[in-house]
Design a protein around this ligand. Structure first.
Ligand code: NI
Length: 137
């Protein structure tokens, strides 16, 4: 059967601060500039979750996008939306919440609930022009 990629878009708003505890405020600002602002700041994150696999002969689907919507809601939106990533989300307790690291955390949260034969890719927009993608390597 042909391999097809299906996509689901989602959205969450969250605050973060990029910094390393073991660096001075000055060095944090040199590296992360405004994103190291001690009082945090927010982003409107846009998420695209992509699944690649063979079309099921039985259903004609690669994966039920309604199920994917529910999975993204429970694993990502409920966990991240209107949260402070540094303070409220345990995965970032000791992990800098860059778009890169957020995309890996989202990948790992979703991957364990999806069929093993589907390839998963995460695309995460931190701003309309800055975005990252991760597919598990
Ligand atoms: Ni930022």
């Amino acid at each position: 059967m042909p391999k097809v990629t299906v996509h689901r878009k989602a959205h969450f708003n969250a605050a973060h601060r990029l910094y390393r505890k073991d660096w001075s405020d000055e060095k944090n600002f040199d590296v992360f500039s405004k994103c190291s602002n001690p009082n945090f700041h927010g982003h409107n994150y846009e998420l695209i979750v992509s699944l690649t696999g063979e079309i099921s002969k039985e259903t004609g689907y690669v994966y039920d996008l309604g199920k994917l919507k529910d999975l993204i809601k429970s694993e990502v939106e409920d966990a991240f939306d209107h949260k402070n990533l540094n303070i409220d989300v345990k995965e970032f307790k000791d992990l800098n919440p860059t778009a890169e690291n957020i995309s890996v955390v989202i990948y790992n949260k979703l991957k364990k609930h999806l069929p093993k034969d589907l390839e998963l890719e995460i695309t995460l927009y931190e701003t309309p022009r800055n975005f990252v993608s991760y597919s598990g390597d």
